[in-house]
Design a binder for this molecule. Structure first.
Ligand SMILES: [Zn+2]
Ligand SMILES: [Zn+2]
Length: 464
């Protein structure tokens, strides 16, 4: 590769290969050496940006970071010109669902999947969702609810580089006392704390990455689930809305409070609850945008439901079915309590953003009208609109997300030694957070999965 890279033609060829959308690194292939040069760098800390920066990647790791002017780019590196753009760590989505992709009605979606290929259609759907997330700049994601085997298999296929997608952490089926509208294989019905603990043992043995505790669970259930999960070094994400559920989850050691603050119950939480969450440093993933913002945003611009990207990403049968399900979107049962949520949405979010709560970002991506293509930038915009400084939101999307996953040594920042999960966006997200909707380049583990960035001629790299 070194010899090849000495000729300009070879170097260009190499970079074209690297920049090909969805390019995959074959297992065991030679490591790539890539330099991202020229753009502004946000490294994941709440620190001033590095202007005209360069980032060197060798194999799957970041090796050097700093102002481009002070850096020598070795000759065997493929240079990707990021001038005029922003480089930042890949985003971490803490609440996604690969088995759904924006369809309006779970009650008809899953039977449709069953009728149109069953397991093979489900696999196709999960592959589409994973590709959309990665393309939207999400390089790590937590899936909180899927049947066990398809979930683990898609995670592993992504990890082996066979299909494009974020690094997935999978919960498999969730634990609940009150199974809901998802098919039964997505849920494990809990009838006692002892049984809940046994189910956690089984999920751990099967190889899940996290546990999801869904609704209707008692305080004793949470305790049993948290204890069992921690024995296996697994973290528990609890789906909690009501104050009592949030408090029970908090006090029994549940690791992540997801949905809290998204105004699913009214009125906003007591001050004491917020204080206790903050003092314990317990992470919250609000999933603010998924109902109470997506709904009015769709009323204002229903055209978003026909985003051409969806038509491009979905096979015609899936596209037609999703469109059909959204024809009467205002009447969907999923949005039945949205009026109330809209009334409380601002107070719900601000309780957490203004109190210093540890906030991760998650969207419940895949839920009705909540497309994976828009994962995270809508959520980020809500947080900024509610007064959170953009730099803090970006750190929440990246570094804090990695902390919440327990992967802070590998992910979440652009620093030497970390895995090379980096995205390049058009514009300046510190000025307008919607720059996050214009993800031009996605690099995961040193492999360029998306990017039209043309390699700058060698030798011009350190001109800045
Ligand atoms: Zn949930
Ligand atoms: Zn969810």
């Amino acid at each position: 590769m070194k010899i090849c890279a000495r000729s300009l033609a070879c170097a260009l060829l190499l970079s074209i290969t690297l920049a090909r959308p969805d390019a995959q690194q074959a297992p065991g292939s030679a490591p790539h050496k890539v330099a991202l040069v020229g753009g502004m760098l946000l490294d994941g800390y709440e620190a001033p940006p590095i202007h005209h920066a360069a980032v060197l990647i060798d194999g799957d790791r970041i090796t050097q970071v700093g102002p481009a002017a002070g850096m020598t780019i070795p000759k065997d590196y493929t240079v990707i010109d990021t001038s005029g753009r922003t480089m930042m760590p890949g985003m971490i989505e803490l609440h996604a669902h690969l088995v759904i992709l924006g369809h309006g009605n779970y009650g008809t979606w899953f039977p449709w999947v069953e009728k149109h290929g069953g397991a093979s259609m489900l696999t196709r759907v999960m592959e589409i969702s994973a590709r959309q997330l990665l393309s939207a700049g999400v390089t790590s994601a937590v899936d909180l609810g899927a049947t066990l085997q398809p979930a683990l298999s898609i995670r592993d296929r992504i990890a082996r580089g066979e299909i494009p997608g974020p690094r997935m952490s999978m919960s498999g089926p969730w634990l609940t006392r009150t199974p809901g509208v998802f098919p039964l294989e997505y849920q494990i019905k809990v009838t006692s704390p002892e049984q809940a603990a046994q189910e956690v043992d089984k999920l751990a043995a099967a190889g899940v990455d996290v546990i999801k505790a869904h609704s209707g669970l008692t305080r004793e259930d949470y305790q049993a689930i948290a204890d069992a999960a921690h024995k296996h070094r697994l973290r528990v994400h609890a789906h909690v809305y009501a104050e009592t559920d949030v408090r029970n989850a908090l006090e029994t050691g549940i690791d992540v409070l997801t949905h809290a603050g998204s105004a699913g119950t009214a009125p906003p939480y007591s001050e004491q609850l917020i204080t206790d969450i903050v003092n314990r440093g317990r992470p919250v993933v609000i999933t603010a945008a998924h109902r109470s913002w997506v709904y009015p945003d769709t009323a204002a611009f229903p055209e978003r439901l026909q985003d051409p990207q969806l038509k491009k990403d979905f096979p015609p049968d899936v596209y037609a079915e999703v469109q059909d399900s959204l024809k009467h979107w205002r009447a969907l049962g999923y949005f039945g309590r949205t009026d109330r949520e809209m009334l409380f949405r601002e107070r719900g979010v601000k309780q957490f953003t203004e109190s210093g709560t540890v906030l991760g970002m998650g969207t419940d991506s895949g839920t009705p009208m909540n497309f994976h293509t828009e994962a995270l930038w809508r959520e980020a915009k809500v947080h900024v609109d509610m007064g959170m400084p953009p730099i803090r939101v970006i750190s929440s999307l990246t570094r804090i997300g990695a902390n919440i996953l327990g992967k802070q040594r590998e992910l979440g920042t652009v620093e030497p030694g970390k895995l090379a999960d980096i995205i390049v966006v058009k514009g300046n997200p510190l000025y307008d957070i919607l720059a996050l909707s214009a993800v031009e380049t996605v690099i995961k583990g040193g492999v360029v999965h998306k990017g039209t960035a043309v390699a700058a001629p060698r030798g011009t790299a350190s001109q800045h």
